[in-house]
Write a protein that binds this ligand. Sequence first.
Ligand SMILES: [Zn+2]
Length: 84
Amino acid sequence: MNDRAKKIFEQLVVLPHDEYLEGLKAGHPLVCMRVADMPQSFLDNKIGECVLCSQKIWYRPYNEIATNKICAHCAMEMSNARDC
Ligand SMILES: [Zn+2]
């Protein structure tokens, strides 16, 4: 595991599901895969739009309440900008 992966791994936090959903309601960003990047992995996946770039994204039904769904590309750009 490289240093960047270690840093990310150390920041991972496992939340109880209720707390996770409260965070989504409060506007915490939800990172989603772009539809263009991967096939449907679950038959009940829903399609939304990245709030930053408007690309179509997949998300799970229980994440419907997330107000700030962003695609993995925008998340990566934000992460790179923060680390520079
Ligand atoms: Zn995006």
